[in-house]
Design a protein around this ligand. Structure first.
Ligand code: NIG
Ligand code: FE
Length: 412
């Protein structure tokens, strides 16, 4: 199947060379073509150029993109999209003055979602997750990482990862699965942390590896959750099974976790709302992508990741949603990009780089996704008529997406 997009007013993130990420000052530059065409064949980007060089081809499906911007579909490298039910009551409790920590200490938070996950049938959770995945695809997400972490037991974690596997099999979006057994200590192990770590390393990991259910491993490295040492043992164990780390760290406190993640070659460190100069130093020159989750900061009223400081230190930055029932019940990458511009003072160019090519890097797929490059997946957003791509973050509450193309096909 071949498709030709013509008269594109701005074709964004055009990269001749297959780069894996952009860092620091480079992020201010978003390469684009004006008045462009793009040729899709067999689900891939075959070629592109400006309208003077439009290939003459009659038997091809054409989509006229006059007045529209075309860009790579969003690469959302951090989500917890598979979950049961919701945590609406906690939302109201927070409005009435309780903090995320206070709610968690009363048995709410992650343990609340774990309870719901255990009480809900696998098929039912799958159906709930399908609705969320379809919604984010309509919102322009073409690649997504999904974590386990509400199972907190061998069978619970396997249940979540099998649901992710089913989503992988049944949807055209690129999906990466991350094992997050170390999300919280279950009640039975409240006084026996070593016992739970042992369970993760010696029971969960081997079983998950046997079924080949995970691509990455994660832990919630945070005061009151998993310590630096505990997270290090989990990263080391993951490595034995070929699982690279992507770690939740520095959401509420800075406890020297980032240096440990870099030491263990983590692919990404995510959250970073509280970030010290030492943390920034330890990321310099590493292959570890920092990932900011601004809609989480927005929803639970915590600081925003200090993007300007990070970019001026020369670091790269990716943006993701953190879609989960507790801290971010939204998987809308358009809102993430707008919030990064409005609240983190990222320019539209920086934010779009962070949500496409750098997001692809943070989920290990920048070879094939995240830019308009020959041979990459034809995962694209076609906007409604807009003045320029600046309108995307500017009109933050509007849906400016007209069509989403995944692997060369318009999704409905
Ligand atoms: O990324 N911080 C840890 N994990 C999630 C929240 C999980 C939850 O509250 O259910 C996060 O914000
Ligand atoms: Fe998260």
């Amino acid at each position: 199947m071949q498709t030709l997009l013509t008269n594109i007013s701005q074709l964004l993130q055009v990269r001749e060379a297959n780069i894996d990420k952009v860092s620091g000052a480079e992020m201010a530059h978003l390469p684009l073509l004006e008045n462009a065409w793009l040729w899709i064949e067999d689900g891939l980007i075959k070629d592109f150029g400006t309208m003077e060089t439009l290939p003459i081809h009659t038997s091809i499906r054409k989509i006229d993109c006059t007045g529209r911007v075309v860009l790579p579909a969003w690469c959302d490298s951090h989500t917890h999209l598979v979950y049961a039910g919701n945590r609406i009551q906690e939302f109201v409790d927070r409005i009435n003055g309780l903090s995320y920590e206070e709610i968690a200490n009363r048995g709410g938070g992650i343990l609340n979602s774990a309870k719901k996950l255990h009480e809900t049938a696998e098929d039912e959770i799958y159906e709930q997750s399908v609705l969320r995945l379809k919604e984010v695809m309509q919102q322009g997400t073409g690649a997504i990482e999904i974590k386990s972490g509400y199972g907190l037991s061998l069978e619970g974690e396997l249940k979540m990862l099998r649901i992710i596997k089913r989503l992988k099999e049944n949807f055209p979006v690129a999906i990466k699965a991350t094992f997050l057994g170390a999300h919280a200590f279950p009640i039975a192990f409240k006084e026996n942390h070593a016992g739970y770590i042992d369970l993760i390393i010696h029971e969960m990991l081997p079983a998950i590896a046997r079924e080949n259910l995970a691509d990455y491993i994660d832990a919630f490295l945070e005061t009151g959750y998993f310590s630096v040492e505990e997270t290090e043992s989990i990263m080391l164990a993951g490595k034995q099974y070929g699982l690279t780390a992507k770690i939740h760290v520095n959401q509420f406190t800075a406890i020297n976790g980032i240096a440990a993640c870099v030491k263990h070659d983590a692919l990404s460190v995510d959250h970073l709302e509280i970030l010290t100069d030492e943390d920034i130093e330890s990321l310099k020159g590493s292959g570890t992508m920092p990932v900011a989750l601004p809609s989480c900061s927005f929803f639970i009223s915590i600081p925003y990741t200090p993007a300007r400081k990070m970019l001026s230190a020369g670091l790269p930055l990716a943006l993701a949603t953190d879609f989960n029932p507790g801290t971010t019940p939204s998987g809308n990458m358009n809102l993430v990009v707008a919030t990064a511009c409005i609240k983190m003072k990222m320019t539209p160019e920086e934010a779009i780089n962070a949500a496409t090519i750098n997001g692809a890097y943070a989920m290990g797929i920048s070879e094939t996704h995240g830019s308009i490059t020959k041979g990459k997946a034809a995962n694209l957003i076609i906007t409604k008529p807009v003045q320029s791509y600046y309108q995307l973050p500017y009109a933050f509450g509007s849906n400016l997406i007209e069509d989403v193309i995944i692997s060369g096909e318009i999704i409905s």
